[in-house]
Design a protein. Structure first.
Length: 255
């Protein structure tokens, strides 16, 4: 880790790593079969000239730059430390401009710069959880920014059927080439419930408040769900509440 920190502080090394990183991102992006959801909303914002705040988890940033519309000027909030400068140099290959700052350093200046960009009808991209966390917890700043600028808040994410989860604080998702998105996958709840729990665990924060599971027509009784969830709850603490849910029809006695 110390070797990495010393390396990325050198401008030449950063330039090489940024070039390699951009090539890797493009290679994975073009060799992956993606299934896109909500793209029409993205295009509508561009067509209307409406400003937008693009937000995504810090661990799910890597494959998003190629998906941005190059016709729309986009600014990304990136921290000022060496790793941030590496990310900025990589993002530049995708015509993404940088606003330097974070909640710990240069936050006020960066916030005003983002407001100016949004005021000109441009896009601002940022990670609401940041590199130091709490992981996958939205900070109130992103909501305040969108409200003050009168901008649309547009969440973004990506996933692939094959991936590596790096041992970083944000558990960054690194996809290999020639993968695919969730297109064509069929979840059989009865058969894949334990695998589903493992995926849910990857998405949870360090101290989750609750997990809600709807097992309607899954073939399990509430008691069976509770039994399976015991090992899951032991790691996080807390308790399990289970039961049947019924909704009464307003115009009859049926439920």
């Amino acid at each position: 880790m110390q070797l990495w920190k010393r390396a990325v502080r050198q401008s030449r090394v950063r330039a090489i790593l940024a070039w390699l990183g951009a090539r890797y991102i493009r290679w994975v992006y073009v060799t992956t079969r993606w299934e896109r959801h909500g793209e029409a909303a993205f295009q509508a914002l561009y067509a209307d000239g409406q400003p937008a705040v693009l937000c995504f988890w810090h661990s799910r940033f890597l494959m998003l730059p190629p998906a941005f519309d190059a016709r729309q000027r986009t600014h990304m909030l990136i921290s000022q430390h060496a790793d941030g400068r590496l990310v900025a140099a990589t993002a530049a290959y995708f015509a993404i401009r940088t606003i330097a700052g974070s909640t710990r350093k240069g936050g006020g200046v960066a916030f005003r710069a983002m407001l100016r960009a949004l005021g000109q009808g441009e896009f601002v991209a940022l990670t609401p959880d940041g590199p130091r966390g709490p992981r996958m917890r939205v900070s109130p700043g992103v909501v305040t920014l969108a409200r003050l600028a009168g901008a649309v808040l547009l969440p973004m994410a990506y996933s692939t059927n094959r991936r590596w989860l790096l041992r970083t604080s944000d558990r960054c998702l690194l996809p290999p080439a020639f993968g695919r998105g969730p297109d064509g996958e069929v979840w059989k709840f009865d058969e894949h419930f334990l695998e589903l729990l493992k995926l849910v665990e990857q998405l949870l924060s360090e101290k989750p408040l609750f997990v809600l599971i709807n097992g309607y027509a899954a073939g399990y009784s509430p008691l069976a769900f509770a039994y399976i969830l015991e090992s899951f709850v032991k790691k996080w603490g807390g308790s399990i509440e289970y039961g049947d849910l019924a909704i009464a029809e307003s115009n009859s006695d049926r439920i």
